[in-house]
Every structure is written in structure tokens, then in C-alpha cells.
Write a protein of this length. Structure first.
Ligand code: MRU
Length: 344
């Protein structure tokens, strides 16, 4: 990704000093900062607190954390504890478990193998996203108006993204795409992160309230929907950011194509249907309060709900396979029920 004219990745690793680097996504879009993490506990906490977030970026960060643990101490108890700790950070995105398992298995051979495997996970993520962009671009026509939910762009992966990758390629090909950006309450990954990314690439877009999408669909103003995925079950059910299900239902009602873009590392063939996917419940404070700069630029937290009221905050929901037009992967575009035969 290009930020202020310079190329960045969302997360990367330096083997010289065993440091993991990340763009701090909590501070975006108001501040662009890179932070480094010196051990697996710090990297795991960055995942838990969403300094790094998004399925692919979480996977890469988790892989690096596992590699850091092997570098810190190869003792069996130490690395097993590290594996458990990293795996406990966020339960829904399967990319995290994919990366941890892969790096752990490589680490059983040698520490160098663990580091190489972690770097491979990150490189694979980047390359897969690039291909998703190419495949997805084939679905986008001139001047298409595309709705997306949450952030499945560069920031959610190591680079390129998934749902936004086709938009970037379409833009490079002069198709002039326009993006409706769902704000994506409670944390606002659409309004904060997707909008920031699209600004960096000068792509035409508007942020809309989460409950405005059906209005625009009903008026014939949305040509297609593309969202990302945190886990895809063997039957093609898709877990993605809370609110995705509503968009799929509305798109289906209005006959608007609803696509999911995800690499095969998001496909969980051990999970038979979406019913088995663990949905992360996050702190109610994410819903009841919001943080941002005041008029002087000072970061402040404000209360949004009636004092004394409590909230419920599921981070994801599951969209049934039958509402999904197609899944854009690095291996091609498939119907949800064709994934089992075509992935991994
Ligand atoms: O909770 P987050 O921000 O880690 O949410 C995950 C996501 O980024 C979205 O669900 C996204 O659409 C999936 S693709 C990375």
C-alpha cells in the first residue's frame, strides 16, 4: 500500500532483532504510526486490542508472534504456552489458527523453519490478495457502484486486501468505480479504515450509515456488494463483520449480486456449517463509547448511549451460503457450494 508516497505493509517482521512491526490501526485515520513489538506476548496483545485487525493481517501477525516465541525460547513448555496464548486472542478469523499451526509445526523442526514459515504465511497472504484483485476486477463494469462493509482492504491483510482489491484493480484499469462505505458500527472500520484507504488511492466514495444500504439498494443505486470473510465453512456459509448478514438479505431481495472475497486460508473445511463458527463477543464499551479527535485535535472519548444502559456486542455474524452469489478467491470465483472441491 502507498501511504504519503511510500510503500508499506500492514504487518512485517525483522529477523535481525526479532521485532514485529505494524501500522497502528487504532490510531487511524487520525494518526499514521508504526509500532514495533519485541516478543510474542506484545504481538499477541496487539492482536487482542486490534492494533492489527482483519483476518489476513491477524493471521500474519499471529504467525510472526509464534515465530518470535521460538526465537525467544525453544523450550517445549514455553512454545506450547505461547501457542495457546496467541490462539486465545481472537476466536473467529480462522487465518489466525492456520498461521499458528503452520509456524508451530515448522518450529518443531527448527527455529529458522518457524521464521521462514511465518514469512511464507505473510507472503502467501499478499500474493493471494493480489490475485483476488485480478479475478474480482473481471466482475466490475465501467462506473460500477459497489457497496462494502467493514474493512477488507490493505489494512485487513498484509497488502492489497480482498473485498477492496478488485476495486483497486478496476480503478487502475480506468473503470472509475464508486464505493458505498458502510460505517460499520460499533468500531467503525468502514468509516475510519476503508474510507482512509480509499482516500489514499483517490477512489470516489461516500461513507453511509449502516442502516442506509437497503435504501440505496432499493433505489437501484448499488450494482454489486463485495465483502470480506473471517471464516468460511465447508458448506459455503460465511462469517464476517456484524451487519454483513443484513446486507446480504437486502441485496438478495433486490437482486443485487453479493460477492465475498477471501483467500483459501479463510476456508475452514473442518467446520461443516456456519453454526459451528465461534462468534467473538467484544466489550460493550466499543458500542457505548466512541473515541476521536475534538475540534482542537485532542483525542477524547464520548458516551453514546443512555448512562446506565448496557450493550451487547457480537463482532461477527454468519451469512448463509444461499445468499452469496460467488466467492472470489486466489484460485478463481466459485459458488459457495463449489469451494470444497476447489480449495486446499
Ligand atoms: O474485527 P475485525 O476488524 O478484525 O474484523 C474483521 C474484518 O476485518 C472484517 O470482518 C472483514 O470484513 C473481513 S476480511 C478481513
Amino acid at each position: 500500500m502507498i501511504v504519503n508516497g511510500k510503500h508499506y505493509k500492514t504487518v512485517w517482521y525483522s529477523s535481525e532483532d526479532n521485532l514485529v512491526y505494524m501500522i497502528d490501526q487504532v490510531k487511524l485515520p487520525f494518526k499514521f504510526e508504526i509500532i514495533s513489538f519485541k516478543n510474542y506476548v506484545e504481538t499477541a496483545e496487539a492482536i487482542r486490542t486490534m492494533i492489527v485487525r482483519g483476518a489476513g493481517a491477524i493471521g500474519a501477525a499471529a504467525g510472526f508472534a509464534m515465530a518470535q516465541a521460538f526465537v525467544e525460547n525453544r523450550d517445549e513448555d514455553f512454545v506450547n504456552k505461547a501457542k495457546e496464548y496467541i490462539s486465545s486472542t481472537r476466536p473467529t478469523a480462522v487465518n489466525l489458527f492456520y498461521a499458528v499451526e503452520k509456524v508451530y509445526a515448522a518450529g518443531m523442526v527448527s527455529t529458522l523453519e518457524a521464521v521462514n514459515a511465518a514469512v511464507e504465511v505473510a507472503e502467501e497472504d499478499e500474493e493471494n490478495c493480489r490475485r483476488i484483485g485480478e479475478y474480482g476486477n473481471s466482475l466490475i463494469g465501467e462506473n460500477y457502484r459497489i457497496l462494502t462493509h467493514c474493512n477488507a482492504g490493505w489494512l485487513a491483510f498484509v497488502d492489497y486486501g480482498t473485498a477492496l482489491a478488485p476495486v483497486y484493480v478496476a480503478n487502475e484499469n480506468g473503470k472509475n468505480p464508486f464505493v458505498f462505505v458502510d460505517e460499520t458500527r460499533p468500531r467503525g472500520q468502514g468509516a475510519r479504515l476503508t474510507a482512509w484507504e480509499l482516500n489514499q488511492s483517490s477512489i470516489n466514495h461516500r461513507v453511509i450509515a449502516d442502516n442506509a444500504a437497503a435504501f440505496y439498494m432499493s433505489g437501484g443505486r448499488i450494482d454489486m456488494v463485495i465483502v470480506g470473510a473471517d471464516r468460511i465453512a465447508a458448506n459455503g456459509d460465511v462469517a464476517n463483520k456484524i451487519g454483513t448478514l443484513e446486507k446480504a438479505i437486502a441485496a438478495n431481495y433486490y437482486g443485487i449480486p453479493f460477492y465475498v472475497a477471501a483467500p483459501s486460508s479463510t476456508f475452514d473445511r473442518n467446520c461443516t456449517s456456519g453454526k459451528e463458527i465461534i462468534i467473538e463477543e467484544r466489550d460493550e464499551r466499543e458500542l457505548l463509547y466512541h473515541t476521536g479527535p475534538d475540534r482542537t485535535g485532542q483525542m477524547v472519548e464520548i458516551q453514546l448511549a443512555s448512562p446506565g444502559s448496557h450493550g451487547l456486542n457480537p463482532a461477527f455474524d454468519v451469512t448463509p451460503a444461499e445468499l452469496i452469489t460467488g466467492i472470489i478467491t486466489e484460485k478463481g470465483i466459485f459458488k459457495p457450494n463449489q469451494l470444497l472441491d476447489n480449495l486446499k
